[in-house]
Design a binder for this molecule. Structure first.
Ligand code: GLU
Length: 445
């Protein structure tokens, strides 16, 4: 058995039932095979064995009282995966599907993503199986306060810096920050990112993941003498990532024809009206099906997966993990899609990814392509440390430069190991090398 197969067996044995975590580890380890062949010292120092084991995993009870006076109990998580290159950094996800395996897959991915940003941030992730859908503002606040009442003892601006993810936006970060500040009796601005602009948040953080995805895909297109101009684009999701990916793609001259939420998708062949989507999703917090009430010429279809049957040049999965399975990949390829840009974390199954690569589809992998969010979080931490704030243009131009550098790193690593154009492997290798070298330098810890 090869080194990688051995480690994979061990990961499955030690982490039973955590399918998403196994998937994320497998995807990375396979692409590292040529690297460990060239650098046996990584294996000798147990880098891979250490990398797949989180430094610390915290699970806790989150009790809270709903508006009817009933006691509710959720489960909270924080997985501090790797601190070789900086304090643990990564978002919090509040979604009923959350369990340890989801948080571990996200935390594992975050190690490489954060490394690719070129900024000093380690990898971590957290969250809860709490479902924010249908909860009142007061319920959300009480839940966040209870969550932070345990989490506070494990985090700090030089220890572990959480942020948002699915189900955690500016409102939740505000409640979490308020509770942290109260318990600690101190203003530690850099302990959370994605904060509101009135108390230490960074301009362009909200837009950063979506904009960053489009900057990365722009670079990938340019390397192949192409651009967004007049391309038909399908974007899954209608959250923060999808909305700002749509905004930037439109700015670059693309026609975004479809978006979705977990219940169904809209198809507007004239181009999705983003103001309407923002009003429905950001202000009213309603379903995307509302869209057709404002634009009767558009179509709404029940079931989210149908979105991948729409003919498009560029597919941007920006919803959640395992959105594109092999059957959807086949549909996209048959319809002539040439580019897939992963805005969500692990939105394609490993089989779907392989099928795209075998068919010469250019894939912008999540760890590289959606790193703009966490990169801008690190810029928020810098501003907090300096106690000043940069303009939107300043942050946005730094973000753009970071995404250009990430593309170059993935491109060069792929070329170095004879896999030109395979940015999936390139990103994994480039992200891994920095962390591995830092771990080597720091000894067996
Ligand atoms: N949740 C985002 C991600 O998946 C952002 C994390 C952060 O800003 O720390 O990268």
């Amino acid at each position: 058995m090869s080194v990688v197969q051995n480690i994979m067996e061990e990961v499955k044995k030690r982490n039973p039932g955590e399918a998403e975590f196994h998937q994320a580890v497998e995807e990375v380890l396979i692409s590292l095979e040529p690297v460990i062949e060239k650098h046996p010292e990584y294996v000798e120092s147990g880098i891979l064995d250490r990398l797949v084991e989180p430094e610390r995993q915290i699970m806790f009870r989150v009790p809270w009282v709903d508006d009817k006076g009933n006691v509710q109990v959720n489960r909270g998580f924080r997985v501090q995966f790797n601190s070789a290159i900086g304090p643990y950094k990564g978002g919090l996800r509040f979604h009923p599907s959350v369990y340890l395996g989801i948080i571990k897959f996200l935390g594992f991915e975050q190690i490489f993503k954060n490394s690719l940003t070129g900024l000093p941030i380690g990898g971590g992730k957290g969250g809860s199986d709490f479902d924010p859908k249908g909860k009142s503002d007061n319920e959300i606040m009480r839940f966040c306060q209870s969550f932070m009442t345990e989490l506070y003892r494990h985090i700090g601006q030089d220890i572990d810096v959480p942020a948002g993810d699915i189900g955690v936006g500016a409102r939740e970060i505000g409640y979490l920050f308020g509770q942290y500040k109260k318990i600690r009796n101190g203003y530690e601005g850099g302990v959370l990112t994605g904060k509101g602009l009135t108390y230490g948040g960074s301009l362009a953080r909200k837009q950063a993941t979506g904009f960053g995805l489009i900057y990365f895909v722009r670079e990938m297109l340019a390397a192949n003498n192409d651009s967004f101009k007049d391309k038909t684009v399908v974007i899954s999701g209608a959250g923060n990532v999808a909305i700002y990916a749509c905004e930037k793609a439109k700015e670059y001259g693309a026609n975004v024809v479809a978006m979705c939420d977990s219940k169904g998708y809209i198809y507007d062949k004239n181009g999705v009206n983003l103001d309407t989507v923002k009003q429905i999703k950001e202000v009213e917090r309603k379903r995307i099906s509302e869209y057709v009430k404002h634009h009767p010429e558009a179509e709404y279809h029940e079931g989210q997966k149908g979105i991948w049957s729409i003919k498009c040049d560029i597919a941007l999965p920006c919803a959640t993990q395992n959105d594109i399975h092999v059957e959807h990949a086949k549909q996209l390829i048959a319809n002539g899609t040439k580019i897939v840009g992963e805005g969500a974390n692990m939105p394609c199954t490993n089989d779907a990814l392989n099928l795209f690569l075998e068919n010469d589809i250019l894939v912008a992998p999540a760890k590289a392509a959606n790193a703009g969010g966490v990169a801008t979080s690190a810029l928020e931490m810098s501003q907090n440390s300096m106690r000043l704030s940069w303009t939107f243009e300043e942050v946005n131009s730094k973000l753009d430069a970071i995404m250009v550098n990430i593309f170059k790193a993935a491109d060069e690593a792929a070329k170095e190991f004879g896999m030109e154009g395979n940015y999936v492997a390139g990103a994994n290798i480039a992200g891994f090398k920095k962390v591995a070298d830092a771990m080597m330098a720091q000894g067996i810890v």
